[in-house]
Design a protein around this ligand. Structure first.
Ligand code: F6R
Ligand code: MG
Ligand code: MG
Length: 365
């Protein structure tokens, strides 16, 4: 049976700053989807990560389906109304246009979607990150799908030794989608050369070369490309099918132990370590640290069982402590050098004015 998983995520308001949406807004969106999705979707899962709410839906209508996208959009709209009523901060922040036009892509919310022939047992993980951008997935998924140091299946599982195909998108190119397809292992250095630049080249999808099946779908929205100005970081989501021809769940999770430095954190303008957190984690220290949550499901004919909270385990408590140290360590550097993003990636324009004023005061000696 062909099933589509559609995941949408948006910040439509939060309590006490950009911290967390709160139960009233959350329940509004949850009830809207279950009420209005009755004849449209098979199952759904609503969650929040930091200040963003994610709507995950299973159905049989394929990717980019207007009715499915409208359901998600209308749910975020209904949430926005409640957020306004409650005086939540940044109400409707990620809904960048007034009218829905057939597809949520390009309108603000993050979108990750995948249609596939469901396996007899279908496990997958839904990742959601806050205070960072889609480039945050570059290193973890490179390691999970192309490096036998992290993914033992590349050596041990016969159907994985052929490797994986990476589709990488140039997120700075706004006219159309500019993409490249590269194969691991033979294109490893080319893949790494692109993924090094997390603000420009981002993994969009990964496919098994043995079966042709899609394993990964990542949202690749660039809010500042849509709005032309800062409206929030592009807090990304990813759907990752696991086991069998794909890496095992634990192989996909393994690289998150690194807590890689990612763009985001305070004002979307800093580098900070990506902390794997429990589901429904809020935001705190320096509007961060950048957080990632993972919900693992089993699926049968689109019906979901789960989630299991993949980072809710004593192992990750230890990792979180180490990553907190990493966060404090880079924060000690304040604005200097790599702790703040380069000029082109700063999400606030204030510094431009300062530099323009100073430019006039420079003189030649
Ligand atoms: C980052 C983020 C926050 C805000 C910061 C200032 O993605 O959402 O760090 O940038 O709290 O917010 P404003 O400009 O809304 O006062
Ligand atoms: Mg926000
Ligand atoms: Mg957010």
């Amino acid at each position: 049976m062909k099933i589509t998983i559609t995941a949408l995520k948006a910040d439509v308001g939060s309590i006490g700053g950009h911290l967390t949406p709160g139960s009233e807004l959350f329940n509004t969106i949850k009830e809207f989807v279950s009420e209005n999705g009755k004849n449209l979707i098979i199952d759904h899962y609503i969650s929040f990560t930091g200040d963003d709410i994610a709507i995950l839906m299973t159905h049989t209508r394929g990717v980019s389906n207007p009715e499915i996208h409208k359901l998600g959009w209308d749910a975020f709209k209904a949430g926005t109304e409640v957020a306004k009523k409650l005086g939540l901060y940044g109400a409707g922040q990620d809904l960048l246009v007034d009218a829905f036009s057939g597809n949520v892509k390009g309108l603000g919310p993050a979108v990750a979607e995948m249609e596939f022939e469901e396996r007899p047992n279908e496990p997958f993980i839904f990742f959601a990150a806050d205070k960072t951008d889609p480039g945050a997935f570059n290193l973890p998924f490179y390691l999970a799908f192309a490096d036998p140091m992290y993914c033992s299946g590349l050596l041990l599982a016969p159907h994985m030794t052929k490797g994986f195909k990476f589709t990488i998108i140039d997120v700075n190119y706004t006219e159309r989608d500019r993409v490249i397809e590269l194969n691991a292992p033979e294109d490893l250095y080319s893949i790494a050369a692109l993924l090094r630049d997390t603000e420009r080249f981002v993994i969009e999808s990964i496919h098994s070369r043995a079966t042709g099946e899609q394993a990964v779908a990542i949202s690749t929205t660039r809010l500042h490309n849509i709005a032309g100005k800062y409206t929030g970081k592009d807090d990304p989501i990813a759907i990752v099918r696991v086991q069998g021809a794909f890496p095992a769940t634990g192989e996909v999770l393994a690289p998150f132990e690194i807590g890689p430095f990612v763009a985001g954190f305070m004002r979307g303008s800093h580098n900070g370590p990506l902390m794997p957190c429990k589901l429904q984690t809020t935001i705190s220290y320096f509007d961060g640290p950048p957080v990632i949550t993972g919900a693992a499901f089993s699926m049968n004919q689109g019906k979901l069982t789960g989630p299991v909270d993949v980072f809710d385990h004593p192992f990750w408590d230890f990792v979180r402590e180490k990553i907190a140290e990493k966060a404090i360590s880079i924060r000690r550097q304040g604005f200097a050098g790599p702790s703040m993003l380069p000029y082109s990636e700063l999400e606030y324009g204030g510094i431009v004015k300062i530099l323009e004023e100073l430019d006039k005061k420079f003189y030649l000696r």
